[in-house]
Design a protein around this ligand. Structure first.
Ligand code: NAP
Length: 256
């Protein structure tokens, strides 16, 4: 059986865990060769092992998306050793739920850290791989959020909401600019997905889970695998006329 992503080389940032790992595994199942990148190189290597066990081909590199020069270095190494990438998933991200009125130092630290990873990190990695993606007429998929549109009614930080609005704006700006090069740029807006990112809050704050589920017509939290399908669609030729869009994979959160 042929896969939807045969002959593609895909890079997924933050793919040692959660949504990124599910996307990496999903891409490999569809025939793509995968490069797993993560700040935790061991977790990225675990993703590679899981792909290899299921018969796929993958590689891993340690990469902190905050480090612009290292992003360029890793992009160059991948091009030299493996080939030019045709799919980039900007997935690495963090969240901390301090309100703007919280203790000032926490608010300042959150603002710096969240924007450095969730927004500047997307810039750093995309810029590093730009030449490869233009050469392959590639596809860029940015992981956005419900919070690309709104500040959710649960404890959440303004820095996270700002970063995810920025990710959607960046997606649209690049789609407009890179369309002439045949590069498509889209986003995915996950709802509440059970991953290590929100493990602590799920364990300690059942009210938050309840509030989310009350706003989710499908009546359940998402699994990382729920994001893999939209990510495969956006990376494949099935979405050949789709660019500058966001697919919400949120169980319907925004309709109620
Ligand atoms: P996750 O399980 O924590 O995975 C995020 C991965 O990114 C981790 O492996 C993490 O490594 C890595 N990472 C963190 N900082 C990094 C950096 N500076 N450079 C490279 N990698 C870094 O979280 P997730 O829920 O799958 O989140 C993935 C994306 O989905 C994020 O952009 C998040 O904002 C978005 N999202 C998640 C949800 C949700 O409900 N889970 C909803 C909407 C959007 P460490 O674990 O070692 O820090």
């Amino acid at each position: 059986m042929t896969g939807l992503l045969d002959r593609h080389l895909a890079v997924v940032t933050g793919s040692g865990s959660g949504i990124g790992r599910a996307i990496a595994l999903g891409y490999a199942k569809q025939g793509a060769q995968v490069v797993a990148l993560d700040i935790d190189g061991d977790s990225a290597a675990e993703t590679v092992k899981a792909i290899s066990r299921s018969g796929g081909k993958a590689h891993s590199f340690t990469l902190d998306v905050r480090e612009r020069d290292r992003c360029r270095d890793v992009a160059a190494q991948i091009e030299l050793k493996i080939g030019q990438i045709s799919i980039l998933v900007n997935n690495a991200g963090i969240n901390r739920r301090n309100a703007f009125t919280a203790e000032p130092q926490a608010v300042i630290t959150d603002w710096q850290d969240i924007l450095a990873i969730n927004l500047n990190g997307v810039f750093n990695v995309t810029h590093a791989f730009l030449a490869q993606l233009r050469a392959t007429k590639g596809r860029i998929i940015n992981i956005a959020s419900i919070q690309s549109f709104m500040h959710v009614r649960t404890p959440n930080s303004p820095a996270y909401t700002t970063s995810k609005h920025g990710v959607l704006g960046f997606t649209r700006a690049l789609a407009a600019e890179l369309g002439k090069d045949g590069v498509r740029v889209n986003a995915i807006g996950p709802g509440f997905i059970e991953t290590p990112l929100n493990e602590k809050v799920r364990a300690t704050n059942p009210d938050l889970v309840r509030i989310f589920l009350e706003h989710t017509p499908l009546g359940r939290a998402g699994k990382p695998e729920d994001i893999a399908g939209p990510a495969i669609f956006l990376a494949s030729d099935l979405s050949g006329f789709v660019t500058g869009s966001i697919i919400m994979a949120d169980g319907g959160y925004r309709v109620v």
